[in-house]
Design a protein around this ligand. Structure first.
Ligand code: FAD
Length: 407
């Protein structure tokens, strides 16, 4: 049985950054990165943006070139799935039956795209957007596709809608809630993005339930609860992820919707850490609620914390969360976590396509969504970090820079 000092499960953003951070912190032991995708670690955000649009080739998505991993003696086992963890024997088992030992294990397996539970969900032409293979399959079918139904009006669905509208497809977004982005943003932002998509020819339908996907050998339409069928030769399902934690939970790790970690990204199992999309943690910027964050920044920051902890260095996870999304020529930048806000202040005029929504809870700024408003984003970070009470009227006055309102 091969044995490594650090074994990392999942060769995505978090896994790659964990290996990078270990070497940056002069960790000299052996490192292996095991990932079930065939590729070396690559950036996922462009999948629903430039890569789907054909504006970026895959090689430009690689987090580091192949030579980087060799030079730093990081062993890459791609195309291998870890199916079991044995914390007592300190080993994992892969789907091909190999056992690989570790001194420390970092679980960075992210999540799998949630499938829609309705008939026709497995027809050809029904896609999720999580991996390069997912998007390659979409690109291969596009020449035969005129109508696209996007199920789910979250960031990934809307980004894909924007790209496909630009590629002259007739796109319909089907959202169960009464507005898009309802899970992650306030109403002013939702309404702005709905209007933008409509202006680009996308049909946005909110408050609709999908009851099935129709087609013989491939999808021909998406059926709604009232029986209406929305024509589609491609259906894109963007309804979130399921954290990929089953082997770890089966091994006895605490968790449920993710695996539970402390401020150093330690799970309840000895010398096993978890980071990124699958790590359930108490977040100081969400009132210490237990949450998972699905962002590149979180994966990278938690990777760095786990790596430092393994190196015996002081580290704790308390970064202010941030996120971005690109749709059309709009750059959305989010800082903080808006969930639980009681007041949303619009700063600037959405009609100018440059504005921010500032979220407050009990008078304190907890998050900002900034659309084509980089200054607000940069200066607003400080307001979120400080968590001070600020007069909403002052925040709404776009003639006063946000930096003038911070301590
Ligand atoms: P991942 O990057 O998903 O890596 C996990 C890896 O582990 C995967 O390769 C997975 O296949 C593999 N794996 C799973 N189980 C096993 C197993 N048992 N054995 C071996 N390997 C396994 N975030 C932003 O901040 N901004 C954006 O604009 C943005 N856009 C996005 C667009 C798309 C289309 C997607 C899918 C995500 C986007 N995200 C964005 C989210 C961001 O990509 C994720 O938060 C980030 O990738 C999380 O990193 P991770 O390491 O936790 O998981």
């Amino acid at each position: 049985m091969n044995r490594y000092d650090v074994l990392i499960v999942g060769a995505g953003h978090g896994g790659a950054q964990a290996a990078i951070a270990l070497r940056q912190n002069r960790f000299e032991g052996s490192i292996v990165l095991i990932g079930d995708e065939p590729e070396l670690p690559y950036e996922r955000p462009p999948l629903s943006k430039e890569y789907l649009a054909g504006d970026k080739v895959f090689e430009r998505l690689l987090i580091r070139p192949a030579a980087f991993w060799e030079e730093r003696s990081v062993t890459m086992l791609t195309g291998r799935t870890v199916v079991a963890v044995d914390p007592a024997a300190r080993s994992v088992t892969t789907a091909d039956g190999a056992r690989i030992g570790y001194a420390a294990l970092i679980w960075a397996a992210g999540g799998k795209a949630r499938r829609i539970a309705c008939d026709g969900h497995d027809l050809t032409g029904v896609h999720t957007v999580r991996t390069r293979a997912d998007v390659d399959a979409m690109i291969a079918e596009l020449p035969e596709v005129r109508d696209v139904a996007v199920i789910g009006g979250g960031y990934i669905g809307l980004e894909a809608a924007a790209v496909l509208a630009k590629l002259d497809r007739k796109v319909t977004v089907l959202e169960a809630q009464d507005r898009v982005l309802a899970r992650v943003a306030g109403e002013p932002l939702s309404r702005f993005f709905e209007a933008e998509h409509r202006a680009h020819g996308v049909t946005i339908r909110t408050g609709v339930q999908v009851s099935g996907i129709e087609g013989d050998d491939r999808v021909s339409g998406v059926r709604l609860a009232d029986g209406e069928v929305v024509p589609a030769q491609m259906a894109i399902v963007g309804i979130g992820i399921e954290p990929a934690v089953a082997p770890l939970l089966a091994a006895g790790a605490s968790g449920g919707n993710g695996v539970l970690v402390d401020g150093q990204c330690r799970t309840s199992l000895p010398d096993i850490y978890a980071i990124g999309d699958c790590a359930l943690h108490a977040n100081a910027h969400a009132g210490d609620r237990m949450i998972r964050l699905e962002s590149v920044q979180n994966a990278n920051d938690q990777a760095t914390v786990a790596a430092k902890t393994i190196c015996g260095l002081e580290a704790g996870y308390d970064a202010v969360p941030w996120f971005w999304s690109n749709q059309y020529d709009l750059k959305l930048q989010t800082v903080g976590i808006s969930a639980g806000y009681d007041t949303a202040v619009v700063r600037g005029d959405p009609a100018t396509r440059s504005f921010s929504v500032i979220y407050l809870a009990a008078g304190r700024v907890i998050a900002l969504d900034c659309v084509n408003a980089v200054k607000d984003y940069v200066q607003g970070r400080k307001l979120v970090a400080e968590g001070r009470a600020i007069d909403p009227a002052a925040l709404a006055d776009a003639s006063v820079p946000l930096k003038d309102l911070s301590a």
